[in-house]
Write a protein that binds this ligand. Sequence first.
Ligand code: NAP
Length: 488
Amino acid sequence: MSSRTAAPSQDGATARAAAQARAAAPALAALSLPDRASLLRGLSHTLGDNAAHLAAVAEDETRLGVNRLRGEIRRTQVQLEMFADVVEAGAFLDVMIDPPDPSAQPAPRPDIRRMLVPLGPVAVFSASNFPFAFSVLGGDTASALAAGCPVVVKAHEGHPRLSDLTGELAADALPAGALSVVHGREEGRRLVTEPAIRAVGFTGSTSGGRALFDLAGSRPDPIPFYGELGSLNPVVVTPAACAARGADIVLEYVASVSLGQGQFCTKPGLLFLPAGHTLEHHLRRAIAAVPSGPLLGSWISTAYRATLEELATHPAVTPVHLAATPDDTRTSVPALLATTAESVRAHPELLTECFGPASLIITYTTTDELLETLSTLPGGLTATVHGQEHEDELLARRLTAALHAGRLIWNGWPTGVAVTAAMHHGGPWPATTSPLHTSVGSRAISRWMRPVAYQNMPERLLPAPLRRANPWNVPQQVDGGLPGRSAS
Ligand code: NAP
């Protein structure tokens, strides 16, 4: 398969999947935490047991390379297992208990107990560029199931067979209706408007995400929409770092730009270098050594080539290196382009994501000019500073304050997102539609839950995590203290 295909019509499939998810929701929400965790671990085992076959189908559809795909399956397993641990630990329920206080000022206080509860069925739009880690059993699905929400996945048509296969394997390991897969753009739009669907997770383009975000907001009952969209991921090199290790930095930069043929939402799309740098030769040599390779599909390649041509032929831009365009419409064209900070401020259209192995180098003359230009950048998933630890301390503080992104990186590269509790994979628009939330790491679960406060509720009517005996043994924050597991 060389490209995404039009999905066959699925008369009624979305309505059926949403109805099954609605029916499955109460039992999934009521599962004990160990039972919920064991479902997630079961899914991880299913992926592991079928890894060779899944990777072969994925390779046939995406051409991402079997090694990379096997690694991505492992990452997807790790995500599922991490959420199993999160569920068992119970802190994600965010239990707070404020006992009654008849002497509280200005008025006596009732007994208030609060926790997070599942939102209900979630729609997940899977990504083209991560057929496992952000697809049928990816982070959105894992976090939603961990929260106790059934999932209906809108498959990405760049890997439809893999999506169905993963969905079938997963369905066998889950209660009926807890996970299903639908196909096709119209079915995707229908899914967002299905009354049973209570929230949406999306990874993809800014235009597609915006269209679906608007649709979710236009429902009679608007629902939360968590879109992870586009990002320029600027990298700033200070004059001191450029002088001390410029050649090494640009080598690593080109490696990060071209990793996975640049098909990462964290690819560094902008490199700020001090004017007068002498790294042109290193840059040209590094990018010329990047082999062309297949992109995810001809639809990605067509969009990439069109955006690249627009940038490369812009009067304010000079190509550093532009590979010849191959005849094969799916093959990448690695490229580096150059411009100045002044031109970027005059031509904001240069600040465009080019999804593939291309990046724009921007030279700046002074710190003030650099800071002024950074203030014009759109919100991003990441921003990076390469500086000298002691020499650049003051400048580094000013730069990190000026950069507008969900993850700030010091002397490293944005590609590669660790799956940890502290990770934030999100950021201000257009990086995401909700700057409060992350789609990677254990905090991703909070997108699928809502708080409920119970006031003066009799003990036997309270959910188990809120009871004094604490039968689920979850951390409880009592009267504003630190969360603990002792009975309140
Ligand atoms: P896409 O075109 O946005 O498609 C993603 C999903 O949204 C697909 O399921 C697609 O359905 C659906 N969709 C797109 N536009 C829609 C619309 N107007 N109405 C309803 N549904 C719509 O993303 P893609 O195929 O991955 O395209 C690549 C672009 O996405 C890249 O240029 C890159 O900028 C961005 N991207 C970002 C990330 C990230 O992590 N932030 C990851 C991957 C890609 P159909 O496939 O059925 O048409």
